[in-house]
Design a protein around this ligand. Structure first.
Ligand SMILES: [Zn+2]
Ligand SMILES: [Zn+2]
Length: 245
């Protein structure tokens, strides 16, 4: 945990070679020191978010495995600041904001997973979402995370259809989820001619986990032995928390 905090400080200090001024992703108001996406007033709140223990098991955010696996993520996807940040990531981000989260995420991934990955891939966004926002946030996040981890970013999944998923229950989602994606077969094969053995699968948010599960299963069906997921924010396992997407 400490090292993620240090990384925030480090990123803040070194700057991200930004050209245009940016406003804080938390308050949306203050311009950011060194043009980094979080202002001095909000940095304390952001540190606290990175440090909030699991509301179910009480363990540190990097040690919670309530969902059965140790998912690398930065903060809980809960109402308030976290929803605001993810809203910005989905609809209003630029590469520097994504890079900020990617550098932190890469750090947490390295804390959790000592064994390196051969490639990074991502859950593609719906075409409609890409048209509306002008980008695919998971793809950008995967590209920047891959850069930080010094491995290639490869598009391995294709997305079909456009039916709204938000209103379905977790089990309903699982049934239909696999049909929404397919694997780009040529891209799961590494230069060795064999499928990649160990791949990092990136998305912005994990709510029920159904999408990540379905896509991991598809990739494993194509011969990838280990698919490990990482997201910016994860919905805590607790009744009453919102599950949005
Ligand atoms: Zn702020
Ligand atoms: Zn937990």
């Amino acid at each position: 945990m400490q090292s993620v905090k240090n990384a925030v400080r480090h990123i803040l200090e070194k700057g991200l070679n930004l050209i245009s001024p940016c406003s804080c992703f938390l308050c949306g108001m203050n311009a950011c020191r060194d043009e980094i996406p979080v202002c001095g007033d909000c940095i304390g709140t952001f540190y606290r978010m990175l440090n909030t223990p699991c509301p179910s098991c009480g363990r540190a955010i990097s040690g919670c495995d309530c969902s059965g696996e140790t998912l690398a993520f930065l903060f809980w996807y809960s109402p308030g600041e976290a929803h605001r940040i993810i809203g910005a990531v989905k609809n209003d981000a630029d590469r520097r904001m994504i890079r900020f989260f990617a550098e932190l995420l890469a750090l947490r991934i390295k804390q959790l997973h000592k064994k390196p990955f051969e490639a990074v891939t991502y859950i593609p966004r719906r075409k409609k979402g890409i048209r509306a926002a002008g980008y695919d946030q998971a793809k950008l996040l995967a590209e920047e995370t891959a850069k930080a981890l010094r491995v290639p970013c490869v598009a391995m999944l294709r997305r079909h259809g456009s039916e709204e998923q938000k209103l379905l229950s977790a089990s309903e989602r699982r049934k239909t989820m696999k049909n929404r994606y397919s694997v780009i077969r040529d891209n799961v094969v590494s230069e060795s001619g064999e499928p990649y053995a160990r791949v990092l699968l990136i998305d912005d948010v994990c709510t029920t986990g159904a999408t990540l599960d379905a896509c991991s299963a598809l990739l494993r069906q194509e011969g990838i032995k280990q698919v490990i997921s990482a997201v910016i924010a994860k919905t805590p396992k607790k009744e009453g928390w919102m599950t949005l997407g």
